[in-house]
Design a protein around this ligand. Sequence first.
Ligand SMILES: [Mg+2]
Length: 151
Amino acid sequence: MLIFLDIDGVLIPDRRHETSSWQTDIMKFNSDCLNHFENVLRSYPNARVVISSSWREIFPFEVIPPLFSPDIATRIIGFTPFLNPKNIHQHKYLRHQEVLEYLRQNQAENSPWVAIDDIPEHYPPDAPVVAIDDYNGFDQSSAKVLSEYLT
Ligand SMILES: [Mg+2]
């Protein structure tokens, strides 16, 4: 099972911006959100995580896994690919297309997957998406929904 994980609004809730220290914590996940997410993964050892966040436009992949706990970091396996800019305008659900392209490039078209995003509109309505409330980020109810997809 592949999990396509967004970061902003998921592991970094928007309420962080209400505190004055957020700029110094720019590369740190919220510990509550991270705990909820990682605890689900610990129950499903076969699940792997692909980062589908805009962070991949800013950071090299190597900086991402160390932001997770060591036992989970090894299960963060990549970024979704960048689509050809010439074709991007054709896609209404860009992030969904990036997921499909990742599956194609990795011969994983038949692999079950689920996306986690605070903007579920990045995906068509019938896609498997755990929609996150961006104010709170990944919380207990997100964990429950994700677990249902992974079971
Ligand atoms: Mg987001």
